[in-house]
Design a binder for this molecule. Structure first.
Ligand SMILES: *[C@@H]1O[C@H](CO)[C@@H](O)[C@H](O)[C@H]1NC(C)=O
Ligand SMILES: *[C@@H]1O[C@H](CO)[C@@H](O)[C@H](O)[C@H]1NC(C)=O
Ligand SMILES: *[C@@H]1O[C@H](CO)[C@@H](O)[C@H](O)[C@H]1NC(C)=O
Ligand SMILES: *[C@@H]1O[C@H](CO)[C@@H](O)[C@H](O)[C@H]1NC(C)=O
Ligand SMILES: *[C@@H]1O[C@H](CO)[C@@H](O)[C@H](O)[C@H]1NC(C)=O
Ligand SMILES: *[C@@H]1O[C@H](CO)[C@@H](O)[C@H](O)[C@H]1NC(C)=O
Length: 428
């Protein structure tokens, strides 16, 4: 299991040449990792090393842990999420220093460190475990753990990792989403365990607004998240010192993990372990109506992630209660042939990610597509593009504002709303 690599580095504060032998899952004191070197857990489940994100020219470098052998890198932990290393000619290096701390350096600068105060024994080693936990432990007493990445999660809740709070120092653990898919710095959404008597798993915006709760823990499942327990075995631990949930996999043929996405969704992603079929599938997405509720639209905005579509108003009068969604300001005339209110029409919303639960309609041009939606009283929106006519019935869920999208959505509204909304009127 051990691959011996001999690396000679000139380390900046000693300027001495050290010759290192790196075990594949372990760093001992004085050993380091740089460039494309990685640690690989014993059964080759996880890999730790340097990676870059983004297609932009900046190419920030991070130290992270990912699942080994997936076609696309699946990062589960980032050490320096707020302090990326510059991609310059100078080498970035992770070293287990003589005082026992792990440190991340480039040039003369420290970018991240475990920052433990006391000097750790010479038998201290850093090990990447098969559950994805990167730990500092005493080799001669392996149950003595000085530091572990499980205590400092990024956006992923891995099997076997606890999530909860410490009753002695009052500290609550947060799993915090990436800012966007290319930037691991902390975003606006997070997961925590609520400290009230329910101890629900909660989703938060800006560490304050609780916009989704798991429902009560029944001892086996969460009331509002029963699907998680099809393949995950959750357990609840509460003692004098701490309260937390943790989970294991019921089916060892799969990998499964929980992630909070940059747009605030809690996703369970599952893949077969078999090398030929490694591919993550979403086995649960919550809130399943989108975080903005019916007829709400999500915008990547810090101050106001959810707004109502034009012609709609928030159902709740309280601030930040997005999940309850939006309702029509004026009822549709559709089906009411005696109405004197004038014909329903459509408002165009540009640059959106189209909502799910669409239906394909055979109409062959935009005019027919529009007329099909107008005549069908259950139709709430349509769009027409090269891929044809798509229509939506009932509530529009999971709408997202996306400046890179070429898609537009035509939303059916009452005639009175058309008069108020010039700029966007669909007069075709
Ligand atoms: C640094 O950026 C270059 C492209 O500018 C890229 O090819 C290289 O992989 C990056 N280095 C690392 C360590 O990611
Ligand atoms: C679920 O986890 C608990 C606690 O770790 C364990 O006692 C129990 O045997 C597990 N159940 C199954 C079906 O694996
Ligand atoms: C609580 O913490 C104390 C001090 O760290 C420890 O001795 C004790 O075993 C812990 N109790 C439990 C139930 O974990
Ligand atoms: C991954 O799985 C999805 C659905 O389960 C499937 O549509 C897709 O083709 C798969 N991709 C690969 C590369 O196997
Ligand atoms: C987020 O919360 C902080 C502290 O509670 C507050 O100062 C800040 O204004 C909030 N940000 C937004 C965008 O509401
Ligand atoms: C979409 O986002 C842009 C810029 O962030 C904003 O100007 C626009 O009003 C948003 N549209 C909706 C429907 O929220």
């Amino acid at each position: 299991m051990f691959l011996n690599v001999c690396v000679c580095v000139i380390f900046w504060f000693t300027t001495a040449k050290l010759c290192l032998s790196i075990g594949t899952d372990t760093l001992s004191k004085g050993q380091s990792l740089s460039g494309s070197q990685t640690l690989i857990s014993k059964d080759e489940i996880f890999e730790l090393g340097f990676f870059t994100t983004g297609t932009s020219s900046s190419h920030n470098i991070y130290l992270g842990i990912w699942y080994k052998d997936f076609p696309e890198r699946t990062t589960v932990w980032v050490a320096n999420r707020q302090t990326p290393l510059p991609n310059t000619t100078s080498t970035s290096i992770l070293i287990l220093s003589q005082n026992g701390n792990l440190g991340l350096f480039s040039n003369l600068d420290t970018f991240w460190s475990t920052n433990l105060m006391s000097t750790l024994p010479d038998s201290t080693e850093a090990v990447l475990l098969d559950n994805g936990n990167f730990i500092l432990r005493d080799r001669s007493r392996p149950s003595v753990i000085f530091w572990q990445s499980f205590d400092h999660p990024t956006d992923t809740w891995l099997p076997e990792s606890p999530l909860g709070f410490n009753k002695i120092n009052g500290r609550t653990q947060h799993i915090v989403a990436w800012k966007n898919t290319e930037d691991p710095s902390p975003g606006m959404f997070s997961i925590e365990i609520s400290q009230d008597e329910t101890n629900e798993v909660s989703l938060l915006w800006n560490m304050s607004t609780r916009y989704f709760k798991s429902g009560a823990w029944t001892g086996r499942v969460f009331d509002s998240l029963p699907e998680l327990s099809y393949i995950l075995n959750f357990s609840f631990v509460s003692n004098k010192n701490e309260t937390y949930y943790t989970y294991s996999l019921l089916n060892y043929a799969v990998f499964s993990r929980l992630v909070i996405t940059p747009s605030g969704k809690l996703k369970q992603l599952t893949s077969l372990r078999n090398h030929n079929h490694r591919n993550w599938t979403e086995t649960s997405v919550q809130p399943n109506n989108g975080i903005c509720g019916a007829f709400g639209i999500y915008t990547d905005s810090l101050s106001n992630p959810c707004t109502c579509l034009q012609g709609f108003a928030s159902v709740s009068t309280r601030p930040n209660e997005w999940l309850s969604g939006c309702s029509r300001k004026a009822p549709l005339q559709c089906g009411d042939s005696n109405s004197a209110k004038g014909k329903d029409g459509f408002l165009k919303t540009s640059k959106v990610k189209l909502p799910a639960n669409r239906k394909v309609h055979p109409a062959s041009n935009a005019r027919r597509c529009k007329s099909a939606c107008l005549q069908d009283c259950s139709c709430t929106a349509y769009t027409f593009s090269e891929s044809g006519c798509l229509i939506w019935d009932g509530n529009l869920l999971n709408l997202q504002n996306d400046s890179s999208s070429e898609q537009s959505l035509y939303l059916k509204v009452a005639n009175s709303e058309l008069r108020d909304a010039k700029g966007c009127l669909d007069i075709s």
